[in-house]
Design a protein around this ligand. Structure first.
Ligand code: PLZ
Length: 456
């Protein structure tokens, strides 16, 4: 065992699948191809697939397809299996809960696991004040509920969002996304009273946080007026938008303006939260104490669960019965979430996220020195991205290079590395590995990226 591996909190021996890349067929292999044919007959084309490789099992940072190929998973199901695939603590907690009680509906007859998750979210989201949490099933549903509550609390209707943001696929959240295609094209009419303001995008706008905030605030003041805004919903690091990290001071200035004007500040931490960036919630890196935080994805280790956590007085503004849903805060998902919180603490996973960020950024910097199509490397902790530009445009127009991203991700997949793209122009590769991935696996994957870029 190498030093890197022995430094891992989860010993290699505790993985049930060897943490190694192994390609034994063409990608996709024959069994995946056969399954894909069946799928095309019965699953609509609107449910697209990045890579038609059908997965049979997974553990830690490795997923295994039906043809026996072992992939290094650098996407973790878009940042969901943050504490590793089939984490033993999650599997044990969910299995035990399945055998105790699978469902009652919390708003009919409640159970302790929901309450415990609410306590854990109150303890781990930023801010030292009384907080309450409503649990739901998906990120989009969390955003919808956050907006409902903010509107009820403020008795205002306007919803402010930022350019390059992403918030979901429901009717309201479609209207909140920056990108129309493919999320909302043809699906209207859309919810009204949603206002899209310029964001902070340091690599492209070159503005300081204060300058960018001035621009955003001026836009809201002219286009909506602070008085009509119930809330601003913003991701601390924009996920689908390409891991855009705002300039220093930007979000703080935006929140200060919200507070002065009675606007509820909502941090959408669905992609950036739950230990992903080396803090429980990324807002902490920016000195933000949001009025409300949405969480989902990594919260329950792969089971469907999401939440809205906020100041008690805001959360209590909805009338009794105003919030709920059949499956929200399901006992099995809630039990899994408790195990996730416990594992982050017991396995020191915040520090692991920081380690992963250091390894990735150093490795990617080596590649950037070799390949001028790498325009920017950014992100925090285990949420790192590279933006690709056309050759020779890095110092000038920074023209998006989606073709490079498509070629590199295809090469990586064919060589046993699963990685996701992102960005409004599809020219970003994002790394969202699980926090149990070793440096050795990361270096192996970086070698594949090097080889991929050498072919371009
Ligand atoms: N807010 C910040 O990242 C989900 C979308 C995957 P749901 N992002 C991945 C896809 O193509 O559907 C997301 C997010 C942020 C909200 C959401 C929505 O979360 O759980 O997908 O509804």
């Amino acid at each position: 065992m190498t030093d890197t591996l022995s430094a891992r909190p989860v010993e290699a021996a505790s993985f049930t699948i060897p943490q190694e890349r192994k390609v034994v067929t063409a990608i996709p292999g024959p069994r995946s191809v056969a399954l894909h044919e069946r799928r095309l007959a019965v699953v609509p084309t609107g449910v697209a697939t990045t890579l038609p490789v059908y997965i049979e099992k997974a553990n830690g940072a490795i997923v295994v397809d039906v043809d026996g190929n072992h992939f290094i998973d650098l996407g973790a199901g878009i940042g969901v299996t943050t504490i590793g695939h089939t984490n033993p603590a999650v599997v044990a907690a969910a299995t035990e809960q399945l055998n105790k009680v699978t469902h009652t509906l919390f708003t009919v007859t409640p159970y302790e696991e929901y309450v415990r998750v609410a306590e854990l979210l109150a303890a781990h989201t930023p801010g030292d004040f009384a907080k309450k949490t409503v649990l739901v099933n998906s990120g989009a549903e969390a955003v919808e509920n956050a907006v409902k509550i903010a509107r009820k609390y403020t008795r205002r209707v306007g919803v402010g969002v930022l350019d390059h943001g992403y918030h979901g696929r429901t009717n309201l959240t479609m209207a909140m996304n920056f990108k129309a295609a493919p999320y909302s094209t043809g699906f209207g009419p859309f919810a009204g009273d949603v206002y899209h303001a310029p964001n902070s995008n340091p690599y492209h706008d070159g503005l300081s946080g204060a300058e960018a905030a001035k621009k955003t605030i001026a836009w809201f003041e002219k286009t909506v007026g602070a008085y009509d805004l119930a809330c601003i919903v913003a991701e601390p690091i924009q996920g689908e938008g390409g891991f855009i990290v705002p300039a220093e001071g930007y979000l703080q200035a935006l929140q200060a303006w919200c507070t002065e004007n009675g606007i509820v500040y909502i941090s959408d931490e669905i992609q950036s939260g739950m230990a992903r960036t080396g803090a429980y919630f990324a807002s902490e890196h920016f000195g933000l104490v949001p009025d409300m935080v949405t969480s989902a994805k990594g919260i329950a280790g792969g089971l469907p669960l999401a939440g809205v956590t906020g100041r008690a007085e805001i959360m209590d503004s909805a009338f009794p019965g105003g919030l709920g849903g059949t499956f929200g805060g399901n006992p099995v998902a809630a039990a899994a979430a408790i195990a996730v919180f416990e594992t982050i603490a017991s396995d020191n996973l915040l520090a692991e996220a920081t380690r992963i960020g250091q390894t990735l950024t150093a490795g990617l910097a080596r590649l950037a020195a070799k390949y001028d199509i790498i325009g920017d490397i950014r992100g925090i902790g285990a949420m790192i991205a590279i933006e690709f530009v056309m050759p020779g445009t890095g110092a000038t127009t920074k023209e998006p290079n989606a073709a490079a991203v498509n070629a590199i991700t295809a090469y990586a997949a064919a060589n046993g590395v699963l990685v996701l793209n992102a960005g409004t122009y599809g020219n970003v590769i994002r790394f969202l590995p699980s926090l149990v991935i070793s440096d050795a696996l990361l270096e192996d994957a970086l070698g594949v990226f090097d080889a991929a870029m050498a072919t371009l």
